[in-house]
Design a protein around this ligand. Structure first.
Ligand code: UDP
Length: 382
């Protein structure tokens, strides 16, 4: 026995939200978990650190938003959330527009002032583009939702940079994440609950994992001793990449990665908003975050800005976005089928389940797994 020295009930691979929730709930029920994490910190991509009094999100802006009261109450037991509402501004070659697509955007784009005028404009552009029937790809979906002008200025460039492929080769569901509204409402999300933790996300994870029944070892790669782990632990919760678990036996699933460049400026307000998207094709980054605006908190005279650059994924980079197109979905199904051979391994989370999850969805699926494992509560909302 090499790793399971303490008679752990669970080995949890990955200290992100899925694994941490599972460990927390297991501990509540008297079960002991060892969490191993390849990186040097807990929290997965939700990890934040504090600098000049500012909570910086190391893996890009994470805004918690949900309609699920069970999930919202759950996450609030660990930490206090502020009332941040995401209101993104788009910069297209120096022209500024409000996002998501709403009456402010339509006014800025066309000068239209009523929902009726906006709808007529969109219908006219849609008809001209010859779009009818079920959209076959992201481009058709976008044009049929908001017309060609907005597609050309606010979607095409951003999307093609973000995903590194043509909008005609991307699944339409990606753009349906963004609301289209015929009201003057700049809230990026439609969900009832929204905010970021007052003390940053890392504090949330510290609290979640604070138990005598949970040990966390960072800097440990599951794959350096995969066979030993599988043999020693009665049950494993695996939240890494599903294709890597099977040594890429059927080929690599595709992911999109991003990288960040940050700078600290002597200023209280450099860009005037938490997030500004650069939607033209030429600017190499997709968005710039100014972290102090998420919390409205920072040491006086300091601000930190982070540019987000999309990049191709390879095995040396962090996998951020699963590319849920047809080809990858088929490949994922093959891997999923293989998981049946491992009844003692629970595959979960964004990478274990190859899903473009928002945080609340990860919380939802993790709690579902807890429900299934312990059978002592239900996630169903009354
Ligand atoms: N999108 C866009 N223009 C924008 C922002 C988003 O075209 O200014 C599209 C783009 O295809 C992106 C998708 O909407 O991949 C989803 O955006 P969201 O902000 O939800 O993505 P995330 O924050 O998960 O990267």
């Amino acid at each position: 026995m090499k790793f399971n020295r303490k008679k752990y009930d669970y080995l949890i691979v990955g200290a992100g939200p899925y694994g941490s929730i599972f460990a927390h709930e297991a501990a509540k029920r008297g079960k002991r978990s060892l969490i191993i994490e390849r990186r040097s910190h807990i929290g997965g991509n939700m990890y934040t650190h504090k600098e000049h009094g500012i909570n910086v999100h190391d893996y890009g802006a994470h805004i918690f938003h949900t309609d699920n009261k069970v999930v919202w109450d759950y996450v609030n037991q660990f930490t206090e959330f502020n009332n941040y509402i995401n209101q993104v501004v788009a910069n297209y070659n120096g022209e500024l527009y409000n996002l998501p697509f709403n009456m402010n955007t339509f006014y800025q784009m066309w000068g239209v002032k009523t929902p009726k005028e906006a709808a007529a404009k969109i219908e006219e552009q849609k008809a001209k583009a010859g779009i009818s029937g079920r959209p076959k790809n992201l481009e058709e979906q976008a044009i049929s939702l908001i017309g060609t002008d907005i597609y050309e200025k606010l979607i095409k460039g951003y999307t093609e940079k973000q995903w590194g492929r043509k909008a005609t080769e991307l699944p339409s569901f990606i753009i349906r994440r963004l609301p289209v509204r015929y009201t003057f409402d700049n809230n990026y999300f439609n969900h009832r609950y929204q905010g970021v933790p007052v003390d940053g996300y890392t504090a949330l994870f510290d609290k979640m994992l604070d138990s005598d029944l949970i040990d966390v070892e960072t800097g440990v790669d599951f794959f350096s001793h995969k066979e030993v782990f599988l043999e020693e632990f009665p049950k494993i919760v695996y939240t890494g990449m599903i294709d890597q678990f099977f040594d890429y036996a059927f080929g690599e699933l595709e992911y999109r990665s991003v990288r960040f460049e940050s700078e600290t400026l002597k200023s209280d307000n450099a860009q005037g908003n938490a997030v500004i998207n650069y939607t033209d094709a030429k600017t190499p980054f997709t968005r710039v975050m100014e972290w102090r605006h998420f919390d409205k908190k920072a040491d006086e005279g300091y601000t930190i800005l982070t540019k987000e650059f999309p990049q191709n994924w390879d095995r040396t980079k962090e996998a951020y976005y699963p590319v849920n197109d047809e080809k990858n979905s088929k490949l994922f199904k093959k891997y999923k089928e293989e998981t049946k051979k491992y009844p003692n391994v629970i595959f979960g989370g964004r990478l274990g389940n190859y899903q473009y999850y928002d945080m609340d969805q990860v919380f939802g699926v993790a709690l579902k797994a807890v429900e299934k494992e312990f059978k002592d509560f239900t996630m169903d909302q009354k």
